[in-house]
Each structure stands twice: as structure tokens, then as C-alpha cells.
Design a protein around this ligand. Sequence first.
Ligand SMILES: NC(=O)c1ccc[n+]([C@@H]2O[C@H](COP(=O)([O-])OP(=O)(O)OC[C@H]3O[C@@H](n4cnc5c(N)ncnc54)[C@H](OP(=O)(O)O)[C@@H]3O)[C@@H](O)[C@H]2O)c1
Length: 374
Amino acid sequence: MISRHDAQSWKCACVRFISFATFTFYAASACAQDADTIRQFQFERASNGYQLAMKEVPRPVAGDNEVLVRVRATSLNRRDLNMLRREHDGDFSYAGGIPLSDGAGEVIAVGKGVTRFKMGDRVAGIFFEKWIDGAPSEESMQSDRGVNAGGMLSEAIVTHEDGLVSIPEHLSYEEAATLPCAALTAWVGLFKRGRIEPGQYVLLEGTGGVSIFGLIFSNALGAKPIITSSRDHKLERAMEMGAIGTANYRSNSDWHLKVKEISGGHGVDQVLDVGGRDTLPKALEILAHGGHIALIGGLSGYGSDLPTNAIMWTNATASGVYVGSREDFDAMNAFISEHEIRPLIDRVFEFEEAPAAYEYMESGDFMGKIVIRL
Ligand SMILES: NC(=O)c1ccc[n+]([C@@H]2O[C@H](COP(=O)([O-])OP(=O)(O)OC[C@H]3O[C@@H](n4cnc5c(N)ncnc54)[C@H](OP(=O)(O)O)[C@@H]3O)[C@@H](O)[C@H]2O)c1
């Protein structure tokens, strides 16, 4: 564990520099470069799964074609909570690994041969460090950050220069840290696979990370998002954000019929199915002719008695979506920049409060994204 003295002196050095606002960039670089060690959270075995343990480790060094990134913000996804609560390891243990797939920060050192980035560039890690473009390979699927590749809950990380994208200029680090998993999944589901068009009806399930990005993206395009939630106050907020209609899936078990009614009987042209077992059959029941359903999540579990003939009768398509490539991330960022899109951040936690951020996600009280600032 890091000693209080070490943590304090590291922090003091940062504060001294940061007080010179004009030199913020240089301050950040100097902080991380001056220190021989950095702090990071690691998974540690606990009775009910894992816990997060703060560790002090040697500052990583960028090798050939690698980049050292001072991480400024990370964000949580449902997967991160599921990992923390995983009680049985099977043949794979997270112990000693660094959590969180998503993060953004600035380049503070580059190794020999690096051509894509320079000191001071603002970057985000891509979810699969080795999935650059086209279809994924078996190897690139094994490069997911926070599991097989190191996670972002660390003051600094070293990564291959290919595993990063530049972040949109109008976004803060906190905002950019929400993009790698939830935003990209929603974007690939709607734009790449679904080929969404303005005016189409879009079904979004619940008000978590993926669905709220689905709402924001649909809205920016001029499509018609309809969103569900278990809580009415979240539905009210979603209407303020541009939803054309809502349904409470907890108080109304026939929520899908209400969604169809909102679409004037047309049905929905696009679905981001994050619910899985309980939502998928209902979403398929109200899919419009020629519609598209992106199979994304299993919040209610996986597996269902699926009315697959409904897909045939409606000439619909269904695609499995597992985040996306760097090429997809760049395409999404172009859309985000063009429309000056800002993510919905529910709450920002400080680095030391990371365990509380996970608890907040578990409470279900949030909407959109939960961020940790470093
Ligand atoms: N395939 C991929 O690439 C990919 C990428 C990201 C996420 N996922 C998966 O997609 C799902 C959502 O992820 P996320 O990160 O967006 O989650 P999240 O931010 O934790 O959002 C969860 C929200 O979904 C709603 N919800 C919970 N149970 C539900 C149910 N049975 N039916 C409908 N809505 C429900 C709740 O919203 P209300 O409070 O409004 O009810 C809850 O707050 C997870 O299963 C995750 O593993 C997959």
C-alpha cells in the first residue's frame, strides 16, 4: 500500500505546479515524470468477489512504439461492476490486474519509433488495444483493457501507440473517458450495423451508459428515440434530453406495447438491446419491417424463447455488437465533433474514491455515466 507521506508529497508536487494555470500542461507532464512511482488500483481477492486495493508501483516506461499516458479520467461500465462481484475465478483470475477499460489523458512520453502521437496530445485508450480496423481477430478480441490488457485505473499507463485515438477538442478528459465502451457500442449498433436514418424510431432500454448514448446520438441525427426506465424521474429527464416518448418497464409489464403506441403503431426501426432475456422477445415483437436489433447486453440475463420467426416476417436484421475497432472509434469521434455532442455524466468521483464509484453504480441511482478523475 502507498504510505500517507508518499501520497501527500506526490500530491503536493502536483498542486504546486497546477497553481500556475497557464502551465497546466507542463505541470501535468512534470508531475508524472518527476515521480519514480505512480499509484494505481489493482484487483485483490475478497470473500464476495474482489476488492480494489491502492498500490504504489514503479512509473512505467514507454518502450519502442509505445506511449506513456498520464490518465486524467476513467469511467465505469456494467462489466467493471460484474468483474468486481465475480465470486468464482474458473481458470482466470483478475487478481493483480488493473481495472477499467475506459480512460482518457495526455501523452507525457513517447518511445522510439512512435509516429502517431507526441507529448501533450489528448488521447483515449481503445477498448480492444489490438482491434484496429475491419473484422476482429481472435488475438484482438483477447486485448480488452481491464482484463487481458492492463486497465486505466492508474495514474499512468504504457500502451502501444496503435491502441489510442485522439479525443474531440470540445470534450474535457472526464467527458472523453466515457467514450471507449458505452458510446462506441451504441454508435456501432445504430450507425455501422443499423444504418440508422433520420426520422426512424429507436428503442433504448433503461437509462445506463449505452442507452443514454443511444438517446444522444439518435437525437443528434434527427431520429426519434423512445426510452424505458424503472424510475419515472429518469424518464422525465430523458424527455428533457430529447426522447419523444417513454415507458416505465417496472410499473408496466407491457411497456413494449406502449412503445409501439408512441410510434403510432409503426414499431421501432432500431433497438439497442441491453436487457437480454426479459427485453429481447418484447423488442422483437415491436420491431418494424426492415428494422434492426443490436444484441448488446444481458442486464436481465441471457437466453430467451426467441420468436425468431418475427425476424423473418419483418425482414429484420439482428447483429451481435461487441464494442468496436479503432476505426469505428475515429468515425464516432468525427460524428461527436460535428454535432458537438457531450456525454451525460451523472457524477465524478476522485481517484481515492474509486470503490465508492462502484458502489454508486450498484445502487442504480445514476443515469448515463459515472466518472473517476485522476
Ligand atoms: N456488447 C457490448 O459491447 C457491450 C458494451 C457495453 C455494455 N454491454 C452490456 O450492456 C448492458 C448495459 O451496460 P451499461 O454499461 O450501459 O449498463 P449501466 O450503465 O450499468 O446501465 C444499467 C441500467 O440499465 C437499466 N436496467 C437494468 N436492468 C434492466 C432490465 N432488466 N431491463 C431494462 N433495463 C434495465 C437500469 O436503468 P433504469 O435505472 O433507468 O431502470 C440500469 O440503471 C450490460 O449488460 C453490459 O454488460 C455490452
